[in-house]
Design a protein around this ligand. Structure first.
Ligand code: UN1
Length: 509
């Protein structure tokens, strides 16, 4: 469910935005709209967006199909030139995109700026692949025969993006798809349609040809139409494990390529030799940054018994001091959560932590409703201590500003706790001992692992993704993302002038 509600009556003061299909900005075929609501102030409607259906998806797919051959045949360095121009447009508009993002998504301005910056970084970095997209040569087993491999585009890509990184995550998918020579249809997160629209508008300004990038706004039914469309060759999805499971099943029917980035239950290990103040700062940032609404959020803090009390006391004191409020106010540390359903889910987990798990609530736990807080979806940064492995708040993704402190005695025990969940996105260890750091790096079964920093802060030129229920084996970002958006083609050139049979002919030595 989205924070956005369908507009009952068209309010003229609210700006109206359209879909982008075949290079035109068009209304949905249903003529219906939905409101993009500011989660810090629900009286503030950021914009009105088309509520698209399967017809709109059909039109967008048709446009992407029509643009495919020309775009695929455009040399990759030329495609990349347009992407470098795109990066410059994004950089020049960073301030506006940042403020608009905070308004629609809630995260504090500094973090929204980081989100836009991540899209800029991704665009510059991945555009560079236009002059690489390396294949390889290898010797053939026959004489006078040449063997090599190149990447080829996969075709039409459907990109389905979440609310928590409104510009960074669409860019992680869009830019590699384009540099590899694919055309795309984006179904952006219904809670944050403006940031994806800003990215797509910048593509138009950069001169990316009509039909190469298409944007359809709307809800799950539009996403489902994209997933089920026979002409879509690939779905790249970031979001919940439940929706990802449905997508994987649908894609399997048509042999679509599918890349999934889903949940996390990430943990920081704090050893007894760690710099505790640094570990507390990292834990605060990892647990409460983006109001805990990151797949990479530090939702578990696994702390050595010898430093446990000291750590919990310091963490609770610092968490209490965090200012919760509108992300546009520079004094705010923690913004709102995205919508009422998220609030209900988070409050539900706080109840489970107190009543079912019987963990110790050391700070937070309450929804904030007084004064300006009453206008939006605000909740206190919440810390549970004395959490045991296996408790629900220790196992399940909460996706809010709630973290659990779990005590341990040995590093092996800590590693078992960290690995003892169904997800495997990100992990971290605070220690001054190089042996322990390397041992943890080896044993933590996650896609990302940090030493002496929190579980968040991935950079765009390294692979991003996770093990187990976090994903389905793919990695976004880095050069590894090219393996999602291109397929290998093996090429053999026989210049012997005669029939040569691999595996069969004897080769004279
Ligand atoms: C996410 O958590 O959904 O590593 C993405 C980070 C960011 C990306 C997070 N660069 O925290």
């Amino acid at each position: 469910m989205a924070k956005a509600k369908e507009a009952k009556a068209r309010k003229t003061s609210v700006k109206t935005y359209n879909n982008y299909i075949g290079g035109e900005w068009v209304k949905s075929s249903s003529g219906e709209w939905f409101d993009n609501v500011n989660p810090a102030d629900t009286t503030d409607i950021v914009g009105r967006f088309p509520r698209s259906n399967a017809d709109d998806v059909d039109r967008a797919v048709e446009a992407a199909k029509n643009a495919a051959v020309k775009w695929r045949q455009t040399p990759a360095p030329k495609r990349a030139e347009l992407l470098f121009t795109l990066a410059e447009i994004l950089r020049d508009n960073k301030q506006r995109y940042t403020e608009e993002m905070t308004r629609e998504m809630g995260k504090v301005v500094k973090e929204a700026g980081g989100d836009v910056q991540e899209a800029i970084d991704c665009t510059y970095y991945t555009a560079g692949e236009g002059r690489r997209l390396h294949g390889f040569t290898t010797p053939a087993e026959m004489k006078n025969k040449f063997a090599m491999c190149v990447r080829q585009p996969v075709g039409l890509c459907g990109l389905i993006t979440p609310f928590n990184f409104p510009m960074a995550i669409p860019s992680w998918k869009l830019i590699p798809a384009l540099v590899c020579g694919n055309t795309v249809v984006i179904k952006s997160g219904e809670d944050v349609p403006l940031s994806a629209l800003n990215l797509v508008k910048a593509c138009e300004q950069a001169g990316i040809p009509k039909g190469v990038v298409n944007l359809v706004n709307g809800f799950g039914d539009a996403g489902a139409a994209l997933v089920e469309h026979k002409d879509v060759r690939l779905i790249s999805f970031t979001g919940s494990t439940k929706t990802g499971g449905y997508i994987a099943e649908q894609c399997a029917r048509d042999n679509k390529i599918v890349s999934l980035e889903m949940g996390g239950k990430n943990a920081i290990i704090v050893m007894d030799d760690a710099d505790i103040d640094n570990a507390v700062e990292g834990s605060l940032w990892g647990a409460f940054g983006t109001s805990g609404q990151r797949c990479t959020a530090s939702s578990r803090l696994v702390v050595h018994k010898k430093v446990y009390k000291k750590f919990v006391d310091k963490l609770a004191e610092r968490a209490k001091g965090l200012r919760v409020g509108n992300g546009l106010d520079p004094k705010t540390d923690v913004g709102p959560v995205i919508h009422e359903d998220a609030m209900q889910k988070i409050q539900g987990y706080i109840e489970i932590g107190k009543k079912v798990d019987k963990a110790k609530l050391v700070t937070g736990g309450n929804r904030l409703t007084k004064g300006d807080h009453g206008k939006g979806w605000f909740i206190e940064p919440t810390v549970f201590a004395d959490v045991k492995p296996g408790m629900r708040i220790e196992q399940e993704e909460i996706f809010g500003p709630v973290t659990s402190v779990v005590p341990f005695a040995t590093l092996d025990e800590a590693i078992e706790i960290v690995n003892g969940v169904k997800y495997g996105l990100s992990s971290a260890i605070y220690t001054q001992d190089v042996n322990k750091a390397f041992y943890a790096m080896q044993e933590l079964y996650t896609g990302i692992c940090y030493v002496n920093s929190a579980t968040i802060g991935a950079e765009v030129h390294l692979p991003f993704g996770g093990t187990k229920a976090t994903g389905n084996g793919h990695r976004e970002a880095g050069t590894q993302v090219l393996d999602i958006f291109s397929e290998w083609k093996a090429l053999y050139v026989d210049y012997s002038g005669k029939l040569q049979k691999a595996q069969i002919d004897e080769v004279e030595i």
